[in-house]
Design a protein around this ligand. Sequence first.
Ligand SMILES: Cc1ncc(COP(=O)(O)O)c(C=O)c1O
Length: 408
Amino acid sequence: MVKSNDRFAAVRGQFAGTQHGPYCDVASRGLLSNESRAALEQHLEQATLGIIDKSALFAAASKTRQRFASLIGADARNVAYTRNITDGIAAFAASLEWRPGDSVVLCEELEHPANIYPWYGLGRKFGITVKNVAQRDGVVPIQRILDTIDESTRVVAVSAVSFAPGFRIPLVELAAECRERGVLLVVDAAQSIGVVETDVSSLNVDVLVASTQKGLMALYGLGFLYVRPELAETLKPTYLSRFGVAQDGHEASLGDPATARYASGAQRFDVGNFNFPAAIAVGPAIELLLALGPSAVQEHVFGIARYFTNRMLDIGLPVYGGQSNEQSSHIVTVGGKLGSEHDVAGDLEMSKLYEHLVANGVRLSIRRDLLRFSFHIYNNSDDADEVVRLAEQWLRRRSSSKRAPANA
Ligand SMILES: Cc1ncc(COP(=O)(O)O)c(C=O)c1O
């Protein structure tokens, strides 16, 4: 049993989605809390009645930006609104002054397409190349990244936690090595944000992108882009926009656009009106994470993942990577080997286990041929126990059907 203190037990009550079987799929999307839903409904009510107050919308967006900045240990000026991870990465990447022949280093086997296509897109436009690093046992060894960096390398792009098998990369070490070589480190925090404690200044990363539908427990279509302040001042975003320029006065006022200066920090990446509903929905969720404390959140969630890993191993299921270790996270995958299939496991037995779990109310996913279970603040050890109980049931049925005579 994992000790779940009263605070986390109370949190569970705020998520109606926990009442319908184990929800083990934050790696796809998190549950929306009752509070986020209420905030969103209030917004919809105002839109329906035609009583939206635009300045209240801006205030809400600015509060959410501030909360997100606090969550990652940054100043709000160094955080921009984006649409999603791809948008954050592409917006940053396109703002650099590339030279033909420049290169970007990443691991295509582990990165999400959101952190691959934008770099190839730049290749087409500016003649840069992508240098691919091979993974080993579900992680990309830092030494392989460093061995691939050469004088052409401007950027190393990694995800803090991969979407499968869900292992963490030692960011502090990688960031220090990149800084020493004058290479920028871009971090896709899609899977880590809201679960893994993240402090951009102690991590020393240059760029971090996040979205709000997973660990931030809100909606699709909103993200954040953090840029280290000294770096941001050197960047020229592709879009020059009314919120991305230094301005006073009304939002629609225009100074001399020919001489407009970029806003300071990452806010130069802001583009037009924001996704206000999504910013409103994510506000209470980030507030909850801040109130619980990012370190307590990580401890609680990793504790459940560790407990689940041990129990699945005990009943003889192949947890990818075995026992928890320093690279483990809140994502636990089950299956023999990392493949390429999405939604259906290449391994027929694993597919059958998946179907049994789904039929019994477990929400999980399949990525890279592996059954992927992922946990968040609203999970507890009962969820883990229930999944293990169902997996044991499936194992028993499987062995009795194997023992039964073929034509019985
Ligand atoms: C590591 C990672 N990056 C990015 C994304 C999504 O990218 P986008 O927000 O651009 O759709 C996901 C999952 O949806 C992911 O797991």
